[in-house]
Design a protein around this ligand. Structure first.
Ligand code: HEC
Length: 203
C-alpha cells in the first residue's frame, strides 16, 4: 500500500520512506541506530483510550456532582464496619454453647436408635431391658431421670461401675440423640427380659 496516500495531511518534511521496507520513518529521531515508525495507533488501543476518558468523566460527575453514596469513602467505610459487626454477631450466635434439651423429632430419634443398637445394646440390650448395664425401661434410675442426667452419664461415664465415657467417641449431638432415644422410645416399654430395678424410683 502506498503509505504516502494514507497520510496526505502530513508534512513531507517530518518523515522519510525507508527505501528497503517502504516503511514510513520519523525524521531526526534516531538513537543508537534505532528509528521509530510513523504508524497510526491500533484501533483497539484508541478505543480503550476513549473508553477510559468516558469512564473517568462519568465517575467524576457521580462523585463530585451527585455525591453517589457508593463512591464516598467515609460512607463505604461505615458500611464495611457495619457488615463486619453483623457477621461477627452471627458467628457468636453460632458458637453458642451446646444445649442439652430432649430431642423429639423423628430424624434425631432414628439416629439415636442407630447409636443405641450399634454401641449401647451390648450392655443394655437392644430393647433396653438391661444386661451388664441397668434397665432403661423402668422408673428406676441410679443417676437421675432427666435428659441432663442421662447425658452426663453417657458423656463422663461411671468408669468404676463399667459404664464407659463416650465424650470422645460420640459427638455432643450423637450423645443427645441416643439419650433422647432412651427416654422417648425405650423408657416405659416392656422388654423381653427386664433386669431387676436399680437405683431410686422416679414418678
Ligand atoms: C460396657 C458396657 C456398657 C456399655 C457399652 C454402655 N453402658 Fe451404659 N451403663 C453400663 C453400666 C454397668 C451402668 C451402670 C453404672 C452405675 O452403676 O453407676 C450404665 C449406666 C448407664 C446409664 C445410667 C442409668 C441409670 O440408672 O442412671 C445410662 C443413661 C447409660 N448407661 C446409657 C448408655 C448409653 C446411651 C450407651 C451407649 C452410648 C451405653 N450406656 C453403653 C454399662 C454400659
Amino acid at each position: 500500500m502506498d503509505k504516502e496516500m494514507k497520510k496526505p495531511d502530513l508534512n513531507k518534511d517530518d518523515y522519510e520512506i525507508d527505501t528497503l521496507t517502504n516503511d514510513r520513518l520519523i525524521k531526526d529521531h534516531e538513537y543508537d541506530g534505532i528509528r521509530e515508525l510513523d504508524n497510526d495507533l491500533p484501533v483497539w488501543l484508541k478505543w480503550m483510550f476513549y473508553l477510559g476518558i468516558t469512564i473517568a468523566i462519568v465517575y467524576s460527575i457521580r462523585l463530585f456532582v451527585f455525591k453517589a453514596p457508593d463512591l464516598i469513602q467515609a460512607d463505604e467505610y461505615q458500611k464495611e464496619m457495619a457488615d463486619f459487626a453483623n457477621n461477627n454477631t452471627v458467628a457468636a450466635e453460632n458458637a453458642a454453647p451446646f444445649q442439652v434439651k430432649l430431642l423429639t423429632d423423628a430424624a434425631s430419634l432414628a439416629k439415636g436408635r442407630e447409636t443405641w443398637t450399634k454401641i449401647c445394646a451390648a450392655c443394655h440390650m437392644a430393647d433396653g431391658g438391661g444386661l451388664v448395664g441397668p434397665n432403661m425401661t423402668d422408673n428406676y434410675w441410679i443417676h437421675g431421670n432427666t435428659v441432663q442426667d442421662l447425658y452426663q452419664v453417657v458423656t463422663n461415664g461411671v468408669i468404676q461401675k463399667g459404664m464407659l465415657s463416650y465424650k470422645d467417641q460420640l459427638s455432643d449431638e450423637s450423645r443427645l440423640e441416643v439419650v433422647s432415644y432412651v427416654l422417648e422410645k425405650l423408657h416405659g416399654t416392656k422388654p423381653a427380659h427386664p433386669k431387676a430395678p436399680q437405683g431410686k424410683k422416679y414418678e
